[in-house]
Each structure stands twice: as structure tokens, then as C-alpha cells.
Design a protein around this ligand. Structure first.
Ligand SMILES: Nc1nc2c(ncn2[C@@H]2O[C@H](COP(=O)(O)OP(=O)(O)OP(=O)(O)O)[C@@H](O)[C@H]2O)c(=O)[nH]1
Ligand SMILES: [Mg+2]
Length: 692
């Protein structure tokens, strides 16, 4: 058991993020090899990597769940999280960005900025995560470093600064020119473990000097002292440049860019150096903010072991050997093995069991985990993703993690009665790990599971069958519809009255309802003055309305984005009760909703379809027959990229259809865009189906 604690300025918590297949896992694997914790390099293509450890990941060569691994480099501890690129697993990126301090964004040197890199870039903007860029796959035919960097500036609106120039490209890619030290770095050994430094080849000298001037200019633009020197024609020292660059990168003003090929083992160590040099330590990020439970007062916790504990659980994993692991990030204070701490989100105490740090080749038990660190704990009972852990005497609740709502669902039916129980337990466990996976039963008692896309559900069903040994029949996917109102209703006046023998029931509410901003859900505001409805009944009105929204009014799909204002009503001294007001709230909601020109909405997806020119006409025709709207087109080399918005319900099975239409040459990505109104004739069909 280790006890040594790394100084906080020597810790880096970083994520590797990018579009599908950019080479995140391959890069992570090299990092683990060079930092000396694995004895051989694992391969995505052979299914032998450390971070892609699940069967489904290894068989398919894709990352599905994020994995957090600790590595050591140059006297620093780096906690690295390798994230999935596929949009169905976007929640994995979301939760990681929430607890990370910095990111390595990997780009394919041929493709440059792909749609999903754009998505994760914007997500990182949201969390203000400083990033360095790695242009990977410089060995591929068509690799173009300058074009990729230009795309980072144009498409992402970023400020990329080239820190290197590639030496050659494709087959001839040999290494990089380091523009800070003006030397060439090559990798001659097969595994790329040794960097060899030499003079810059004569034919690259001019380009290197020009790129260096540009780099100095861009760094100087972020720093007054350097700007002054620059204007006076003075050359800053290496140290001055690095200090200014670190500051600018942490402030998100600059994204330093590096290049190489992870697969061919070239270019990874300079990226590791850059993680240390330019990405923030936990001390460089602002103090974490939270609220005191009950009073809701805002407080801050500084990154220090001496502050009271504030930590965030961001991931649950059922480890085949150890059981349920809860990953957490400590913002302040210390978590110690054997102590009791408070889950302030749930209001429950947890006992801290074994504390585990994951390395590529081993798991290490530690006695305590301090501020700024990431680790996992065994034995938690009540803690889920997004929960805050804190000191019982000094409680704080941190902001939880937002996850997108599922857009697609399928029915699962156990094959035998013994499968029935197992299935319930399996789905429950899988849903605990994955906040974007939901399990429900519909009116007929059938189990419905929902998730982010076809691949997401396919993987979960596969895990259910293999890990939990459940046999089940799977229905065809259908989209998650929603109900929404489109017109405001100023006055809903509902009087609920029942007289049946003894004590009667009475509740009277007056409220207004209007369509809320997209994404606001159901909001409820109480504007009652003068006690026309007594205080203790108001929460009942709200919960009645919310329950009605959840179970749907038109066809049983959840109602979303409605702003309710309760402004009047009346009560009866004897006959009014919480139950009566709850019923009145529910009935008023249904009544108001029906009068607010309700519509059915469906998930609309943003598509990027990349195809050889000759298929353009056919593909566009097909997209419009799927109710797709073409939003734009761009030429990429000799391919066309078509951007479109189309309803998810029309896109099932698109990947195989596209493949057969283009003889396997077309590829596409699809992600959730927004909810859109279902056209009248189609809505009628759906409503008919659901009411029959
Ligand atoms: N030519 C070439 N291929 C590479 C390079 N790096 C990775 N690849 C290949 O690209 C494919 C995808 O690599 P991964 O490392 O799994 O990519 P990823 O970004 O982790 O993918 P997801 O986790 O599924 O999003 C694999 O077949 C790799 O062998 C590289 O530098 N050059
Ligand atoms: Mg991967």
C-alpha cells in the first residue's frame, strides 16, 4: 500500500477526446508504454489494449466506456481518461470533461476536423477545459498537417499554434521539428521509445524559421511583456516562451499543436511533455463552487488537503474481479480508507472501503486520496454518478453532471421465467453504470429500454446476454417521441369536487401554461398571494402537474418544455387535502395542455454523409425520401460531404443502406440535434397506433 502523496502542482488530470477512430486508444496505449507501466504495446486491431478492456470493445475495435489510468512522467502523476468517440457514448465524454483539468484532442491528419471532434470541442468549451492538439496518422496517404491545423482554426474557431513541423508525410514521415528548441526529433527504434535529436535538415530550415516566427508572434499576442519585446525585435528566451504559453493555454487563449503517428510509434513523448508544460494542475483551475444543503448558500472550496472534503463521483464500474467501483475526483480535502463520509446529494452516509488507483498493469491500494486527485473506491452503497461526497460536519453539494435524454428504445422480453428475474437485475446494474440508459415497463407490462442510439442499445443487450447470461427476445427500435404545446393558455380554471357520503374532496386551482424554451423541461412557479391556496397544498399541485406531464396527455409520451404559473384558486376548510390538490394539479395540466395546440415531437438528427462524387444524386434523393433536409455540402478532396437534418425514425438501418448504395465507400456520422414537430399525417398514424 502506498502512502506517498504527490504535490498537487505535479498532478495532471487529462482526457483524450476526439472523433471515432482518430486514434485515442492507440495514443493512450503508447502513453502507457512510454511512461513505463506496461511491458508491451497493446493494439486496438488485435484487441490487446489496456483501456479497451471489455469484450465488446476488443471485438469491435471501438471504445465504449471511458477508462481512467494513472501514469507517471517526468516526476509527475498523470491521470488519463481515454474516452469513446462514437456519439452514442457521448455521456462518457461529458462526465469526463466535468472532472478533468485538461485535454488532448486527437485529429486524423487526413480527415482533419471531423463532426464528432467538433462536438467534443464544443463540449470542452462549455467546461472551459484547456486543450492541446495532436494531429495523428501522419503516416496515412493524404496526411496534411497544415490543412488539419487550418481546419482547427476555421471550423472550431480556435487559436491553434504549431509547436512542430512534420518531417515528411505518409510513408516518408520521419519525425518532427521542434520549433521551440529548433531541433529535429526522430524515432529510429521500432517501438519509438528513443528520441533522437539532430539538426534541422537544410531543406526544412526556411519553413521552420517561418513557422517559429509565427509561433513567437502568436504567443507574444497573449502577453504584454513579450509583445513589447516582439515589437522591439527582441527574441524571447525558451523559458519566457514556455511560461507565456502555459499561461495562455490554461486561459484557453491558445491551443498548442503537435503531430505524429501513434500507430507507428512516432511523436507521442513531446505530447506528454506538453501535458506537463502547458496543461493545468489542479492548483491552476478555479476553486470549485457548490451550495450548502438546505440553506442553498453558495460556497467555494479551494484545492487543498486542509479544506473540508468535496469530491464528485463521476463513474460506476462493475469490475469483474473486485465488484462495484466508484470513481471520484477530489476537489478539496482528503478521503481516507475506513472513514465515514457524507453523500450530500442523497443525504446518506457512506463508509470508505478500499481505495484503489488503476495503473495499466496493476491496481494499487492507497490509504488516502487528497485534493486534486482521481481514484476509485470499493464498497459504496448509495452513491451514483454525479453525487457529491463531503465531510459530514462541513457539507457541500457540487453541481451534478448533465446527461442527454435517450432518443431511442426497444422492448426486451425474457425467454423463460428464470430469465425474467435475471433480466431485471442485469438491466438494473447496467442502468446504474450508465445514466443515459433507462429501463421502464410500458402499460402492457413489457420492459422497454432506451438509450442514445442503435449501437448503444445493441451493446447493452449484448452485455446483458453475455455478462449476465440472460436470454431475451428483442423488439425493433423505435424513437422516443415527446408531446409539447405550441400555444400559451392564459387561464386554466379547475375545480375538483367530490361528494360521496362522508367527507368530500375539494380543490380549486387557477393557472397559466405556456411553451417553455427548448430544454427547460417542466417549470412550475407559484404566484399565489394572500393564501387563496394554503401553502401546504402548493407542492401537491406541482407534483400532480408533473406526474401528468410525465405520463403524457396525447399518447402517453412525456410532455416537455411547459412553463406553469399557479396564480389563484380556493380551498375548503374540511374537504381540501393534499390528495385533492394533487388531482386538481394533474387535471388542470391535462386540460391546459389539450387547449395549447399540442403536437407530437420526434428526435431530429444532424447527419454528415461522406461519399464519392458519383453517388451524390442518389444519396440526396434517398435523404429527401427519408424526410431529410439538406443543410449544406462541402468538397473534401474528391469526396463530397453532405450535411442534413433528418428524423431519427427514418434513419434506422441507414448504415447498411448507405454501404450498399455506395459499394461500401460511403460513411456517415449522426448525432442528436433537436426535437422537431412530427408532420400531421405521420402523427395521426402514431396516435392511432398508440390508442388502439
Ligand atoms: N495509419 C494509422 N492508423 C492509426 C494510427 N493511430 C491509430 N490508427 C488506427 O486507427 C484505428 C482506430 O484507432 P483507435 O485508437 O481505436 O481510435 P479511437 O479514437 O480510440 O476510436 P474510438 O475509441 O472508437 O472512438 C485502428 O485501426 C488503429 O490501428 C496512426 O497513427 N496511423
Ligand atoms: Mg478508443
Amino acid at each position: 500500500m502506498s502512502n506517498a502523496k504527490t504535490k498537487m502542482n505535479k498532478v495532471r488530470n487529462i482526457g483524450i477526446i476526439a472523433h471515432v477512430d482518430a486514434g485515442k486508444t492507440t495514443t493512450s496505449e503508447r502513453i502507457l508504454y512510454y511512461t513505463g507501466k506496461t511491458h508491451r504495446i497493446g493494439s486496438v486491431d488485435d484487441g490487446t489494449t489496456v483501456t479497451d478492456w471489455m469484450d465488446q470493445e476488443r471485438e469491435r475495435g471501438i471504445t465504449i466506456v471511458s477508462a481512467a489510468i494513472t501514469a507517471e512522467w517526468d516526476g509527475h502523476v498523470i491521470n488519463i481518461i481515454d474516452t469513446p468517440g462514437h456519439i452514442d457514448f457521448t455521456a462518457e465524454v461529458q462526465r469526463c470533461l466535468r472532472v478533468l483539468d485538461g485535454g488532448i484532442v486527437v485529429f486524423d491528419a487526413v480527415q482533419g476536423v471531423e463532426p464528432q471532434s467538433e462536438t467534443v470541442w464544443r463540449q470542452s468549451d462549455g467546461y472551459k477545459v484547456p486543450r492541446i492538439c495532436f494531429i495523428n496518422k501522419m503516416d496515412r496517404v493524404g496526411a496534411d498537417f497544415d490543412r488539419a491545423v487550418q481546419m482547427i482554426a476555421d471550423r472550431l474557431g480556435a487559436n491553434p499554434v504549431k509547436m512542430q513541423l512534420p518531417m515528411g508525410a505518409e510513408d516518408l514521415f520521419a519525425g518532427v521539428v521542434d520549433l521551440l528548441t529548433m531541433q529535429a526529433i526522430t524515432w529510429q527504434d521500432k517501438l519509438g521509445a528513443q528520441r533522437e535529436y539532430s539538426d534541422i535538415p537544410a531543406e526544412l530550415m526556411e519553413a521552420a524559421q517561418a513557422a517559429r516566427s509565427e509561433m513567437i508572434e502568436k504567443i507574444s499576442e497573449t502577453d504584454d511583456d513579450l509583445m513589447e519585446m516582439y515589437l522591439e525585435g527582441e527574441e524571447p528566451t525558451l523559458e519566457q516562451l514556455k511560461v507565456a504559453l502555459r499561461k495562455a493555454c490554461i486561459a484557453n487563449d491558445i491551443n498548442p499543436v503537435f503531430c505524429g503517428t501513434a500507430l507507428k510509434n512516432k511523436g507521442v513523448q513531446p505530447v506528454l511533455d506538453a501535458v506537463i508544460d502547458y496543461l493545468p494542475s489542479p492548483l491552476d483551475v478555479p476553486a470549485v463552487k457548490g451550495t450548502i444543503p438546505r440553506t442553498e448558500d453558495e460556497i467555494e472550496r479551494k484545492p487543498s488537503d486542509n479544506e473540508p472534503l468535496a469530491a464528485l463521483a463521476f463513474k460506476l464500474v462493475t469490475d469483474p474481479y473486485m465488484g462495484k467501483l466508484t470513481y471520484f475526483r477530489v476537489y478539496s480535502g482528503v478521503i481516507e480508507q475506513g472513514t465515514r463520509i457524507e453523500n450530500t446529494s442523497k443525504g446518506k452516509k457512506e463508509r470508505v472501503g478500499r481505495l484503489i488507483r488503476m495503473y495499466a498493469d496493476r491496481r494499487e491500494e492507497v490509504k488516502s486520496v487528497g485534493a486534486g486527485d482521481i481514484a476509485a473506491v470499493l464498497g459504496f452503497k448509495h452513491t451514483f454518478t454525479g453525487d457529491t461526497l463531503s465531510d459530514s460536519d462541513n457539507q457541500i453539494v457540487l453541481e451534478s453532471i448533465d446527461f442527454p435524454e435517450p432518443v431511442i428504445s426497444i422492448s426486451v422480453e425474457p425467454k423463460s421465467s428464470s430469465d425474467l428475474d435475471k433480466m431485471g437485475e442485469a438491466l438494473h446494474k447496467l442502468a446504474e453504470e450508465d445514466p443515459t440508459f433507462k429501463v421502464e415497463s410500458d402499460e402492457s407490462g413489457q420492459t422497454i429500454i432506451s438509450g442514445m442510439g442503435e449501437l448503444h442499445l445493441e451493446i447493452l443487450v449484448d452485455r446483458m446476454m453475455r455478462e449476465f447470461n440472460v436470454q431475451a427476445n428483442i423488439g425493433t427500435p423505435r424513437v422516443s417521441y415527446r408531446e409539447a404545446m405550441t400555444k400559451a393558455v392564459e387561464k386554466v380554471d379547475l375545480r375538483y369536487k367530490k361528494q360521496s357520503g362522508g367527507r368530500g374532496q375539494f380543490a380549486h386551482v387557477t393557472l397559466s401554461m405556456e411553451p417553455g424554451e427548448p430544454g427547460t423541461g417542466i417549470t412550475f412557479e407559484n404566484k399565489i398571494v394572500g393564501g387563496s391556496i394554503p401553502r401546504e397544498f402548493i407542492p401537491s399541485v406541482e407534483s400532480g402537474a408533473r406526474a401528468a406531464a410525465e405520463s403524457g396527455v396525447l399518447a402517453g409520451y412525456p410532455v416537455t418544455d411547459v412553463a406553469i404559473v399557479l396564480y389563484d384558486g380556493s380551498y375548503h376548510d374540511v374537504d381540501s387535502s393534499q390528495m385533492a390538490f394533487e388531482l386538481a394539479g394533474s387535471m388542470a395540466f391535462k386540460d391546459g395542455f389539450k387547449r395549447g395546440k399540442p403536437v407530437l415531437q420526434e428526435p431530429m438528427m444532424k447527419l454528415d454523409v461522406t461519399i464519392p462524387e458519383e453517388y451524390l444524386g442518389d444519396i440526396m434523393g434517398d435523404l429527401s425520401s427519408r424526410r431529410g433536409n439538406i443543410a449544406g455540402m462541402t468538397q473534401m478532396g474528391n469526396a463530397q460531404v453532405v450535411q442534413a437534418i433528418a428524423p431519427l425514425s427514418e434513419m434506422f438501418g441507414y448504415s447498411s443502406d448507405l454501404r450498399s448504395r455506395t459499394q461500401g465507400r460511403g460513411v456517415f456520422t449522426m448525432e442528436f440535434d433537436s426535437y422537431g414537430e412530427v408532420p400531421r399525417n405521420i402523427a395521426d398514424e402514431i396516435l392511432k397506433g398508440s390508442n388502439s
